[in-house]
Design a protein around this ligand. Structure first.
Ligand code: 2AM
Length: 505
């Protein structure tokens, strides 16, 4: 029997189903398999009923037969639960694989696991690609952002399919191209995928994407909170503001859906008077990728404080019962709504933009640390380009990041690119004003204010860490360097025993 499928896919939950259909729509024959075979038969039946590409999708209930029917060297995508399920699935495929076959993990794996799996599989003569897949269910179906990491040889084999199924953006404006009619690849569009680097680099970059997604969402929520609690605006009114922001520099998928969410009426209220968002419980869930990003930033000593704040903000939101009880005890200021609505809305827009620049600067700074730590060479212009379409953080703004890194590949920090420097200079007064007002009103804006602390810290030639080193040396003999001596020379003073000099205070 001749193998008939160009590629295989294991794991037929929604992401797997949609990615399989996307691949079939682009003219590839695909074999699919799921641990529970009922899912496979249901999917095949539903394909036959609804999908023009159904003849290109073959379902298998026997893993050996599934593997046998894929052309060699085989490419097998995994879209199973991250963690042990991925290892179990790899183990179940292994006895049936042959030299140079490639396993592609499209799940949300921790990059360290991907490094380990790549090592294990390549030692056995197979290849392993860990590919971030972003864009949710719709992205998987009609064009995700794809962040693959693995050997260059394995990538060369996967690349044509990955480029075909990825989202496409306009090469000049960076805008996502619509009309991704199944089976008709967008001519001239730049695909939102490229080889990120070896082993875990793809999953690492996907993780940072998610960390940035956390802070992007939190910043938007803080802008909403200010308009609601400081200006007394209704959800619908705020939604209209986001609509207008979506036409400018802040234009992005998240701003667009925020405008939509805020203007949604409550379907349970027949009077049509209430907005659904006002009925949604204010406790945020999380699956862990934001936490991974923050934890990794702590491990690498990279100052990604705003990204971490976004994770903590979700954690605080989850303490609903405690917050409700505390609201009866701990009192803040009671100020009337601010009157100068239009001026303050414009200032909030500036605060959001400045904070967003800092958040992305932190994400890229973290990736710069990671490339040193894990021995990767990352292309930041390409990473920003991959994020222009398909994924959750897609935004007009990312084109500016691509431009910045294209002009200066060794740029130390995004804030030092002239476009972003100017944007921060132009808008920082409003940013400070908004945070000042928020503080006066007692409205928590952890992401706005920690982004500003990052900006103010980064642009400070002198920080109070001189005193900190004094403290460390005082109680722990940790030594200090002196500003009037070369770097690398360390000093210690027996602070308590050294007689006090008479310094005039
Ligand atoms: P299932 O339908 O048999 O549960 C998302 O949960 C996907 O991961 C599903 O396709 C699910 O298969 C698969 N999955 C979860 N745990 C798994 C495991 N231990 N081995 C193989 N597949 C698994």
């Amino acid at each position: 029997m001749n193998a008939s499928s160009d590629i295989g896919l294991v794991g037929l939950a929604v992401m797997g189903q949609n990615l399989a259909l996307n691949i079939a729509d682009h003219g590839y024959n695909i074999a699919v398999f799921n641990r529970n075979s009922e899912r496979t038969s249901d999917f095949i039946a539903q394909c036959k009923a609804n999908e023009p590409s159904a003849p290109r999708v073959s379902g298998y209930t026997d893993v050996a037969e599934f593997v046998r029917n894929i052309k060699r060297p085989r490419k097998i995508i995994l879209l199973v639960k991250a963690g042990a399920a991925t290892d179990d699935t790899i183990a179940s495929l292994m006895p049936h694989l042959e030299a140079d076959d490639i396993i592609i993990d499209g799940g949300n794996a921790l990059w360290g696991d991907t490094i380990r799996r790549e090592k294990e599989l390549s030692a056995k003569g197979f290849a392993f690609i860990g590919s971030g897949v972003s864009g949710g269910e719709t992205g998987a179906r009609f064009g995700p952002s794809l962040m693959p990491g693995g050997s260059a040889k394995a990538w060369a084999s996967l690349e044509p399919i990955w480029r075909d199924i990825a989202a496409k953006v306009d090469p000049v404006t960076g805008q996502q191209l619509d009309g991704a009619t199944p089976g008709h690849p967008l001519v001239g569009g730049v695909p939102c995928t490229a080889h990120i680097g070896p082993d875990g680099a793809g999953h690492y970059v996907k993780m940072v994407h998610n960390g940035i997604e956390y802070i992007d969402m939190q910043l938007i929520c803080e802008a909403y909170a200010l308009m609601k609690n400081m200006l007394g605006m209704s959800a619908g009114e705020i939604g209209k503001v986001f609509d207008s922001w979506n036409k400018g520099t802040l234009s992005s998928f998240l701003i667009e859906i925020t405008a939509d969410i805020l203007q949604q009426k409550d379907p349970e209220d027949a009077s049509g008077q209430t907005f659904l968002v006002d009925k949604v419980l204010d406790t945020a869930g999380q699956k862990g990728t934001g936490m991974w990003t923050a934890a990794n930033a702590l491990e690498l000593g990279a100052p990604a404080n705003a990204i971490a704040e976004a994770v903590f903000a979700r954690a605080l939101s989850a303490l609903k019962a405690e917050r409700v009880a505390a609201s009866q005890i701990l009192k803040g200021p009671q100020l009337p709504f601010e009157k100068d609505r239009e001026t303050i809305i414009a200032a909030i827009q500036d605060a959001l933009y400045c904070s967003k620049i800092c958040a992305y600067a932190q994400g890229f700074q973290l990736m710069k640390e990671a490339e040193k730590e894990y021995n990767w060479t990352l292309n930041f212009a390409t990473i920003a380009q991959i994020w222009r379409g398909g994924c959750i953080i897609r935004a007009r703004f990312l084109q500016k990041i691509t431009d910045a890194y294209n002009t200066q590949p060794d740029l130390k920090n995004l804030m030092l690119d002239s476009y972003f420097t100017n944007a921060l200079h132009d808008a920082q007064n409003n940013w400070r004003k908004v945070i000042g007002l928020a503080v006066q009103h007692g409205i928590a804006v952890p992401a706005f204010s920690s982004a500003l602390a990052y900006f103010d810290g980064y642009r400070s030639a002198n920080l109070p860490a001189n005193l900190l080193q004094g403290q460390r040396d005082y109680f722990g003999a940790h030594t200090y360097e002196r500003t009037d001596k070369p770097r690398g020379e360390f000093f210690h003073l027996d602070w308590p025993k050294t007689p006090r000099m008479q310094v005039k205070v």
